[in-house]
Design a protein around this ligand. Structure first.
Ligand SMILES: *Cc1c(COP(=O)(O)O)cnc(C)c1O
Length: 410
């Protein structure tokens, strides 16, 4: 191997991908069955059910009082696989309790409903996941919650100016899943707590690489739909907290809303988690390699990948995250039209066009043209798209993108 290659590998190796390995042992063992003398399967069984039956009325009454402790009461309040998954996610994120719900979006909405009431003010980052934004401006507005938007990379003074006396929740999502702004979560938490507000974080991109509770986050949300289930066949979400008072508020709301996770989806997610460290190491490494290479292409103006030294927010990422995942943004030269980019994306062979991410397969999605922003400065100047890097051989992915970029009409 000649020297140039070796240097490049040295740059890719230790920077991105290795951090996920620290979860490998935990994830391989978490949530397994304990063997007994008669033998047992490694994986727990799926138990499907609505009714939970008891020998006596008294037994049923005794169990009903434990709805907050995740015991079996009724199917809508949880099932054994859901409860096992909740223990694993809580441990992964360093929380005390997790509530699993039927989608990542439901995780955002249930968490917001648990910590807001009529008359409160909610601060959303302008980069927030679109459906979370719509929920705030739709349902929450109907119930008397005011929402305003802060620039995701606001400095302390700017954020302070957005806080109102009735601000009850500052929501964060870092990095944004279309525009990849890394947020200064410890600073946001300090200001929020000083103002008596709580911090809710959509931690889907960071999974275990951003430890929410050491940074002052009160509630951490994940779309388990993404890397944890990992195979593009599950919709599921989680909400994790660390303090008992937050758990009481969250659990009460989840029970009132009938929020839970279907046993089969929870089981598939538990299975997905077993291989998450190895999948993510590979996907993160490939994504970083593609991001570095794309930066050198003349058609590309910016690559939005927090692990790249030139990316805005890189210093915060380096301070707060142990690794990166495999989703990043590409902004093309301003001379390239939206139509030309779309023709290029349509012509790729190995990248499907699709909205989700975190599965085994590579995807692309346009991120220019349709984004809603209050503060316009966050929008890409040229045609832009995001890449979810799958488990394909990275050389094949690079060849496919090379063909696409070479054919771009300027
Ligand atoms: C996908 C996603 C969600 C929603 O998850 P679903 O399970 O698809 O509802 C929420 N937040 C972020 C950042 C996401 O990428």
């Amino acid at each position: 191997m000649h020297k140039g290659n070796k240097d490049k590998e040295a740059a890719v190796g230790p920077v991105v991908g290795a951090g996920w390995q620290k979860f490998a042992t935990f994830l391989t063992h978490a949530g397994r069955q304990q063997p007994d003398k008669r033998g047992s399967f490694v994986n727990m069984p799926v138990e499907r059910g609505s009714t939970v039956v008891f020998p006596t009325v008294e037994d049923m009454g005794a169990q009903g009082g434990h709805a907050y402790e995740h015991q079996l009461v009724y199917g809508a309040m949880g099932n054994p696989v859901q409860h096992r998954l909740e223990q694993v996610i809580a441990a992964l994120e360093g929380g005390s309790h997790t509530q699993v719900v039927n989608s990542g979006l439901a995780a955002c909405t249930v968490a917001l409903l648990a910590f807001l009431k009529g008359g409160d003010h909610l601060l959303l980052p302008d980069s927030v996941y679109g459906p979370t934004r719509r929920f705030a401006l739709g349902t929450l507005a109907r119930f008397g919650v005011e929402t305003s938007f802060y620039p995701p990379r606001a400095d302390e003074a700017t954020l302070r100016a957005h806080i109102r006396p009735n601000t009850a929740v500052i929501f964060a999502e870092s990095p944004g899943s279309h525009t990849f702004e890394v947020q200064d979560i410890p600073m946001i938490a300090r200001l929020a707590h000083g103002a008596g507000a709580r911090v809710l974080l959509d931690n889907t991109w960071g999974i275990g690489a951003f430890q929410p509770f050491t940074s002052g986050v009160d509630v951490s949300i994940q779309a388990l739909t993404k890397y944890p289930s990992g195979h593009a066949d599950v919709i599921l979400g989680s909400i994790t907290v660390q303090r008992q008072e937050h758990w009481q508020a969250l659990r009460r709301t989840a029970i009132e809303l009938g929020a839970c996770g279907a046993p089969d989806d929870c089981w598939l997610t538990l299975r997905g988690l077993k291989t998450m460290a190895v999948r993510l190491s590979q996907q993160a490494r490939s994504a970083y390699e593609l991001a570095l290479w794309l930066e050198s292409r003349p058609e590309v103006a910016h690559v939005r990948h927090p692990a790249l030294p030139g990316c805005p927010g890189h210093e915060i990422w380096k301070r707060d995250f142990t690794d990166a995942s495999g989703l990043f943004g590409v902004e093309l030269d301003v001379g390239i039209t939206q139509e030309a980019m779309i023709a290029m994306l349509d012509g790729l062979h190995l990248f499907s066009i699709g909205a989700s991410w975190g599965g085994y397969e590579s995807l692309v999605l346009p991120t220019s043209g349709g984004l809603t922003r209050h503060h316009k400065d966050g929008l890409p100047k040229g045609a832009a798209f995001r890449i979810q890097v799958g488990l394909e051989n990275v050389a094949d992915l690079k060849a496919d993108l090379t063909r696409g970029l070479d054919g771009l009409k300027r």
